[in-house]
Design a protein around this ligand. Sequence first.
Ligand code: UD1
Length: 372
Amino acid sequence: MPQTILITGGAGFIGRAVARALVARGDRVRVLDRLIEQVHGDRVRPEGLPDAVELRIGDIRDGRAVAEAVAGVDAVIHLAAEVGVGQSMYDVDRYVAVNDHGTAVLFQALIERPVRRVVVASSMSVYGEGLYRGADGRVREQVVRQPRSRPDAPWDPLDEEGRPLVPVPTPEWKRPALASVYALTKYAQERLTLMLAPAYGMEGVGLRLWNAYGPGQALSNPYTGVLAIFASRLHNGVPPVIFEDGHQRRDFVQVDDVAQAFLLALDRPKAAGQVYNIGSGEDRSVREVAALLARAMGRPDLTPEIAGKARAGDIRHCIPDLTKARDELGYRPARDFTDGLTELAAWVAAQEEARDRVEEARRELDRRGLVA
Ligand code: UD1
């Protein structure tokens, strides 16, 4: 039976991919989105949002707009959020307002008009540093990055004897360690959903997403994901800037795989009340993805600049354990990374402009002492 799904923040990069997947299977989709300039420029209707989608322009903090948007829907996918880890460390009030207060406003409306299920986009950032294994084979859960005392100090977290710890896949049971305002707000969004949904006869599900990438990512937003930032730099003929030494590891997941995860999270009865890691199952270093992307974009000559400095709020390594998502959701990431980069490169090449605001953003962080 087709359902009507509200996607908050559904005009964004992930939301449009989810909307396309829902429309393709016959669901009706309504989007509530503020179309902020940092992400959308001056576009009125974003490219890649299917015509069948009902687009309502409104703020997630506007109780009336939200109450009208939830009327008559079967389920909600809650994506409306500010998403930059670095920016969250100085635009604190905006991040807390949009992400936390916004989620509160959504639930205030849902208390009046409950839906079957609410799926919220949480983030791997709630873990802080992922799980690590020490040279003694022991797994460490609460690893914290040491401040670097000397320029030649190692970037990797160390054990008690000063030996580097090695990242291992992080399962959902790892306790949160919130290292940025962004992470704190994502955790609040996730917990509000899992606490309030069942209190009002709804089901809540949280997806802890790793680094999503793909065509349609906001190229002119300097706080978007690292692959879009690198793509926009290369497109403009300037080298990417890599923070730290570039050996930090992440899991890059193609946005269509993320969209499939949202559909499964909407449908699977077992998912009620649960959180799931969503990634690709393959981890890579930032340096490695910079080189692969430069090659895919035909600019291997643009050697990245290694900043040798860390962005405040960034974690060193975190890679997902996908066992629970595989077993309970039936999640099977299908997109190959090399193909994904080729597709991203082709899409970027077809874009007329990508305003490079990365220097601006870097100056902003520098001025506040948030890169050191
Ligand atoms: C990103 C998402 C966040 C999501 C999380 C899940 C964005 C804006 N943020 O945060 O919403 O919850 O993934 O994993 O999409 N880096 C550089 N050079 C740059 C930019 C970044 O070296 O120009 C490095 C960073 O220092 C970091 C890594 O790349 O080590 C990843 O950064 P980023 O893409 O911002 O991702 P997250 O902080 O993981």
